[in-house]
Design a protein around this ligand. Structure first.
Ligand code: 5GP
Length: 346
């Protein structure tokens, strides 16, 4: 046993210090980024915010809404091949630059991925997603996927430490998904005691990835636009959101009416709800590591996007970053023991 004594930080432990700036208005801030990738020859331009590949969030409808503003959706893995072909028939061509096909690592998942690409070869992004990205089997799967799809952009995760980021990039991934335990409907930290505070995970993993020419996605833990800004400030190239994109018109999930109020169901992909839906229940050897909650219905996601992008532009203005790309360089975090004043609730 060993203890690391340097303190690891989450979003709630810091704020961003304002800096003198020449920017006059938020409208001068450019949130778009251009990326080229470590393995794939594809070039990407857009606002690097992503909807999570959860079945209530990473939906085709969400992808259409996010694409309009150049945001990205990792589509959940439960659509059929026919769903995919039907969807792509009625969408503009360049939408394929703003969506990823998600997959797990079982032989069944690999077969389905192959079928999706046979039917829809115009897709460009693959998101290989497992709860624990630390297994040799996962690295081998990433490697095999790179061999099979040499030109596609491969996203792989989740991990939280630099050495594993490097290993996955060298195995063929272009972008590494970072986050174990911070998610809004995640109970991994409670059930297993395993995790890593998200802000420190981003800082350490970004450093490892950028050294090799790869990118990272900060996945999980953002509850406000300010958290999204902190994730970018810490060095995330992309920020993935589950809970913040849940409960919208474009999210899937039952609408629930109670006492004149409307809610939508939202649940973790390893929750009992998800396992019952897709694999017939929680297998005996494992515990569910996700919650099922009801979130207040939030209407069209467009309003939430405005809120997030408005906040992010404002952060950039406070620190003098004319482009999102400059935000990390201009960020100084201060450690704090307070966040917002909660005396009045909205
Ligand atoms: P959020 O933005 O809601 O805080 O976090 C979203 C992320 O939580 C997802 O992208 C995924 O990585 C993670 N997640 C989703 N469902 C589950 C689950 O059931 N268990 C765990 N441990 N993590 C989950």
């Amino acid at each position: 046993m060993r203890i690391e004594y340097d303190i690891k930080l989450g979003f709630k432990n810091v704020m961003i210090r304002p800096k003198r700036s020449t920017l006059k208005s938020r409208s001068e801030v450019n949130l778009e980024r251009d990326f080229s990738f470590m393995h794939s020859p594809l070039k990407w331009n857009g606002i690097p915010i992503m909807a999570a590949n959860m079945d209530t969030v990473g939906t085709f409808k969400m992808a259409q809404a996010l694409y309009r503003q150049k945001l990205f959706t990792t589509i959940h893995k439960h659509y059929s091949v026919k769903d995919w072909t039907d969807f792509l028939k009625n969408t503009p061509n360049d939408l394929t630059n703003y969506i990823a096909v998600s997959t797990g690592t079982s032989p069944k998942d690999a077969k389905k991925l192959k079928e999706v690409f046979l039917a829809c070869p115009q897709l460009n992004f693959i998101c290989i997603d497992v709860a624990n990205g630390y297994s040799e089997y996962f690295v081998a799967f990433v490697n095999k996927t790179r061999e099979q799809y040499p030109d596609k952009v491969i996203i792989a995760g989740n991990v939280v430490t630099g050495e594993m980021v490097e290993e996955l990039l060298l195995a063929g991934a272009d972008i590494i998904k970072v986050g174990i335990g911070p998610g809004s409907v995640c109970t991994t930290r409670v059930k297993t005691g395993v995790g890593y505070p998200q802000l420190s995970a981003i800082i350490e993993c970004a450093d490892a990835a950028h050294g090799l020419g790869g990118q990272i996605i900060s996945d999980g833990g953002c509850t406000t636009p300010g958290d999204v800004a902190k994730a970018f400030g810490a060095g995330a190239d992309f920020v993935m959101l589950g809970g913040m994109f849940s409960g919208h018109e474009e999210s899937d999930g039952e609408l629930i009416e109670r006492d004149g109020k409307t809610f939508k169901k939202f649940y973790g992909m390893s929750s009992e709800t998800a396992m019952k839906k897709y694999v017939g229940g929680v297998a005996e050897y494992r515990a569910s590591e996700g919650k099922t909650v009801e979130v207040p219905y939030k209407g069209p996601v467009e309003n939430t996007i405005q809120d997030i992008l408005g906040g992010l532009r404002s952060t950039c203005t406070y620190v003098g970053a004319r482009r999102l790309k400059e935000l990390t360089k201009r960020t100084t975090f201060i450690r704090v023991e307070e966040q917002e004043n909660k005396v009045y609730k909205e």
